[in-house]
Design a protein around this ligand. Sequence first.
Ligand code: TXA
Ligand code: MG
Length: 328
Amino acid sequence: MKLTKQIQTAVKVLENSGLVAFPTETVYGLGADANNEVALRKIFAVKERPLNHPLIVHLARLEQMVDWAKNIPPAALLLGQIFWPGPLTLVLNKQSGVLDLLTGGQKTIALRVPRHPIAQKLLQAFDRGIAAPSANKFTHISPTTAAAVFEELDDEVDLILDGGDCEVGLESTILDLSTEKPTILRPGMISAQAIEHALGTAVYYANGEPTSRAPGMHHLHYAPRTKTILIETSDIVPLLVLLKKENLPAALLINSEMELPAIEGLDVIKMSQDAEHYAHDLYFTLRELDHQHYRQIFIENVPQGEAWVAIHDRLKKASFSPKHSTSL
Ligand code: TXA
Ligand code: MG
């Protein structure tokens, strides 16, 4: 089917309270009409997601912000102008009339203008807000290809728009502008520093916030089903020495330049040393490894620094800490 025809079909599905999975530049979203309570309930049912986890409303353009938010601070306009369309979500005070189901009963609403051409075409054709969490079951890895959406949701979604693999590969940066201090609720590939630079003021990380306001800080979020362990570079050689037969076969993701001896049953996967490439490949790689019946997946920790913050955040969520694990 041609793209324009597919978009027309997708709009009809949305108008009839259906669900459309669509590509964004971050990950695939599971979309529903953000003004339709019946459709929104389907999102929660299909994802098996608790109702108090609010959704992001996707918009075609910045000007639609006023339909969803009030008391909009100048910072929102500025960041929207600089980073939209793109992988930044802004949390603002919600406009009256916004459905409670979207916001988890909170007074704030999360908004984002994605830049993937198919997301843009869909949003322009629908011309209203589309609520879209990542198109995976609650706590699973977000899908970065149409095949991964199919694997997660199969016939529980009315239509999947295939836009190839997602350019960024990690979920958007979420910035809360509803309070005095701009606060990052979820790090993404738009860094705190890039936002600080744009605003000319400090940006904060949300430490110690309750999970409903600190998304993605949920224990074991974005996790592969295979037991996954994050290890420091200096622990890799000791790990190889101590690796027991019952823990094999295993996979080891490394990103440093290490020459490791071949060990039967251990597959070593070299990840990129460039943060953007690493982010692009991470979920895809974890999903592939999850299919391989490994007993464990070991992941070498990534470097420190601004470019790696979001990746480090996702790795921590995908893994157990070896300090709490006795089965190395
Ligand atoms: O990149 C993305 O953001 C992707 C694509 C599809 O746009 N979407 C995504 O949605 O990651 P989801 O639902 O998987 O994650 C959205 C996060 C949730 O953890 C939720 O708690 C948080 O956004 N959120 C939504 N509304 C919020 C609000 N009003 N205040 C605080 N956090 C909010
Ligand atoms: Mg998600």
